[in-house]
Design a protein around this ligand. Structure first.
Ligand SMILES: [Mg+2]
Length: 382
């Protein structure tokens, strides 16, 4: 079945001018940064049909003559075509919002060709656009949306027509970004997420991880200091991380910490998937008064070097003897080589520095480049 990218024009392919929200002159014409390279990559490497879908308010009326639009539209299309970006269909609706045209986005009047047509896989298709109405269009078509905004916050507001909020609209939006490189990566290689739910007689551990996130964390292990350390991994690693643990804390902290490391390590391993295109190695350097160094390799073989001494018995509720155990379990289950060294006086700083350095090392090592999408190994396997 054929898949389609329904692509908006203004605010998506070209910058939408402020005030008029309409490209009236050649001087106003400016392509969206990165669109040439990355949309060109999508066009030549993936099997999507391309459909341009644009509202041009009042087109053909004296205030917005057809000839003015045509000349600029022609230049946009010719420039994109020169970069290998061609469109299978072009749908322009000239109505104003007051006309309530069935063809105006987010309505689907112009897109009858795709709806109910067994040749098309709409669930596997995407609308790419910069407005609420683009996400609504995706909702109405039964496909997913990619929103060219820095986050999804605008989706919780009412639509521009003053209609009521569409329930579940934020769920239809699978990616919000202002970076075309991110869109190409998402469409080409997917988002790297994994989920592990590990239940034993001692603990119930749930971990969800997105390597391509923004550092959003929701962590509750029942151990405040441990939560604080795990948050460093998500925040400083640029990963979204959810960890919920119900452990046998009435016995002690051991199983809770160990089993969280096992599940997190397994989650990292799963989320990395094929490991194609990743940097593989990471390292990080000093933190505050302490020198904390964490080097790692996702080479597939677990190994831990631990060179950090702690003299206090506990920090918060966390026994310092569990630090080594945590990183050993993490290394074993993520199948990574982990080399940790730390020196300094303040023990809180030292362990926090280690977790932050780990996060930075992870961030560097999992970074992925779709333009060099090989396995970083001469052996051909990691
Ligand atoms: Mg737009």
């Amino acid at each position: 079945m054929k898949k389609v990218l329904f692509i908006d024009r203004d605010g998506t392919l070209v910058i939408e001018p402020p005030i008029t929200y309409q490209v009236d002159t050649f001087e106003q014409l400016e392509f969206y940064p990165g669109v040439m390279r990355h949309l060109g990559f999508i066009r030549s490497n993936l099997d999507f049909e391309f459909a341009l879908v644009s509202n041009q308010d009042g087109l053909g009326k004296p205030t917005y003559p057809q000839e003015r639009f045509d000349a600029i539209q022609r230049l946009i299309m010719q420039t994109l075509e020169g970069e290998g970006i061609t469109f299978d269909e072009i749908y322009i609706d000239p109505s104003t919002p007051e006309e309530n045209s069935p063809n105006r986005k987010p309505r689907t009047g112009m897109l009858g060709k795709y709806i109910g047509n067994p040749e098309y896989d709409l669930a596997g298709s995407f609308v790419i656009g910069d407005r609420y109405t683009d996400v609504e269009l995706a909702h109405n078509l039964g496909c997913k949306a990619i929103l060219l905004q820095k986050d999804k916050s605008s989706l919780h507001l009412k639509s521009e027509g003053g209609e009521t909020e569409v329930p579940g609209l934020a769920d239809d939006c699978v990616l919000a970004t202002t970076d075309w490189a991110r869109i190409a990566e998402f469409l080409f290689a997917g988002e790297r997420t994994a989920e592990v739910h590990r239940v034993t007689s001692e603990t119930d551990v749930y971990v969800w991880l997105c390597l391509d996130g923004t550092g959003t964390c929701s962590i509750d292990t029942g151990l405040g200091f441990f939560d604080h350390m795990l948050e460093q991994i998500g925040r400083h690693g640029g990963m979204d991380l959810t960890i919920k643990v119900k452990g046998d804390l009435h016995v002690d902290e051991h199983h809770t910490i160990e089993d969280t490391a096992i599940a997190l390590g397994e989650c990292l391993y799963q989320a990395l998937g094929s490991k194609r295109g990743i940097e593989r190695y990471g390292f990080a350097l000093p933190m505050d008064d302490c020198l904390c160094q964490v080097c790692l390799d996702f080479g597939g073989r677990p190994w831990l070097v631990w060179d950090a001494e702690f003299h206090r018995e506990k920090i918060g509720e966390m026994p310092t003897e569990m630090f080594l155990h945590f990183f050993k379990s993490l290394s074993d289950n993520a199948r990574m080589n982990l080399n940790i060294k730390a020196e300094g006086e303040n023990e809180h700083h030292k362990i926090e520095g280690i977790f932050k350095a780990l996060a930075r090392a992870l961030k560097m090592a999992v970074r992925r480049d779709i333009y060099h999408y090989q396995l970083p190994s001469s052996k051909g396997v990691l």
